[in-house]
Design a protein around this ligand. Structure first.
Ligand code: GLC
Length: 422
């Protein structure tokens, strides 16, 4: 073989080698592990892998968003390339934005189809650091059959909820179900408790911990009333065990038929009506109650995005996976089969979606007017603020402190965290 021919042959091999290399990335993704998160993730990523010739590995994160954040922060500090695609809670962008890739070069403007407020929340210094994946809002789940049996209707205030829960719980226990609970919710000391407590505060007109301008407003009589009210449920209509409940613990009790009411996110609808649920067909969903007759309905805004780690070795493929997983087609499938709320408004008018989850239509306002936690105002310090708040709330619920005392101490703590500015 002549020298020049050898050179050409080597050049061709090199070219093929690099083309094959570009198409054979292994992407590791973290999706979540609450409810059906893992199963959905597996199916969708496998479909993408088949389509593109890449390989996907699934990382199983902890269930609690608080634990996931701690883990991701460690990985970012080490500039670890172990995860390419990560799930991002709606309250995180301000805290982790510097570790995420700008997706604008990959999105081709498709973010314009999503709720503008979520896109704005995912945009930092003009960079689109995450694509909206699903949105969340706190809901009240109830047992339609039990309310009917006992001549009650869905409560509109927390006071009504407590009275109805007590009545049905006591009657059902007398009738033989010793395990019946009136109300289950998330009250473990973690981000989920912040979500619930923001709902209580807002519903009683007690503000939102820190206002939009960054002022600390949490130490006020209406907030105290809200927390003292919630504390009165523990051991009366709620088991003391709720002090250690996350989303899945509450769902476990409700879905096995042992609770009249539950506070949870939309994902619980699909599972509650699933094949192996004891209460399929018996579930009603409504807005969470008002704080007294002159209170407001309040749902905390939740939700998750998908983002590419800045330390990924395969940013292009990782971004392609993110765009696929957040697409309208996949969001529609997830809405129908898993009651995950789409981040694309037009899907709330889709008849297949509405047939599977009618409350997406009935409670549309609840989703669009949900109360954001004060993550924007507190920026990098949000997690510290939230942790101080959930601990102060937990102290009240567990009977350690009266709300007035606990909120007074919390105010001092938040001032320390803030110092001159957030
Ligand atoms: C849900 C919400 C998320 C929230 C979390 C709290 O996953 O979507 O925003 O932080 O619950 O447990």
């Amino acid at each position: 073989m002549s020298n020049s021919f050898k050179q050409i042959a080597a050049g061709i091999a090199l070219a093929f080698g690099s083309v094959a290399g570009a198409h054979a990335a292994t992407i590791t993704i973290s999706c979540g592990s609450v409810g059906q998160d893992f199963e959905f993730c597996k199916k969708t990523t496998e479909d993408w892998a088949k389509k593109t010739g890449n390989t996907v590995k699934l990382f199983t994160p902890p269930q609690s968003t608080t634990d996931i954040l701690a883990l991701f922060r460690q990985m970012f500090a080490a500039k670890s390339s172990d995860l390419d695609v990560i799930n991002v809670d709606v309250v995180w962008p301000g805290m982790i934005k510097d570790h995420l890739l700008d997706l604008k070069p990959y999105s081709k403007g498709v973010e314009k189809e999503h709720f503008p407020s979520i896109v704005a929340n995912n945009t930092a210094d003009g960079r689109l650091i995450a694509m909206p994946w699903f949105t969340d809002a706190g809901l009240l789940y109830y047992r339609k059959d039990l309310l009917e049996k006992h001549g009650e209707k869905a409560p509109t205030t927390w006071e009504e909820l407590a009275a109805t829960a007590k009545k049905i719980q006591d009657a059902e226990r007398k009738a033989g179900n010793a395990d019946m609970q009136g109300f289950v919710f998330q009250a473990k000391a973690y981000e989920g408790l912040t979500c619930g407590a923001v709902e209580w505060l807002w519903s009683y007109g007690g503000g939102n911990i820190v206002d939009d301008k960054g002022n600390i407003t949490v130490n006020n009589p209406k907030a105290a009333k809200a927390l003292n009210t919630a504390a009165s449920w523990i051991g009366t209509i709620a088991p003391t065990g709720v002090l250690n409940y996350g989303e899945e613990d509450a769902r476990g009790v409700f879905q096995s038929g042992n609770a009249v009411f539950m506070r949870n996110w939309p994902y619980a609808w699909s599972l509650g009506n699933g094949k192996d649920s004891k209460i399929a067909g018996k579930i009603g969903v409504s807005a969470l109650p008002k704080g007294g007759a002159d209170g407001k309905n309040a749902a905390t805004l939740g939700g998750w995005q998908l983002a590419v780690s800045k330390y990924s070795k395969h940013p292009k493929e990782a971004a392609d996976l993110v765009m696929y997983m957040t697409s309208k087609e996949i969001q529609k499938e997830r809405a129908i089969k898993g009651s995950y709320n789409p981040t694309i408004p037009s899907l709330y008018q889709d008849k297949d979606v509405l047939a599977a989850a009618p409350f997406f239509g009935d409670l549309y306002n609840v989703f669009t007017s949900a109360v954001p936690r004060p993550a924007t105002a507190t920026g990098l310090k949000y997690n510290e603020v939230s942790a101080a708040f959930w601990n102060a709330t937990h102290d009240v619920l567990s009977g350690k402190e009266k709300a007035e005392t606990s909120l007074g101490k919390l105010e001092g703590k938040l001032k320390q965290i803030k110092r001159r500015e957030w």
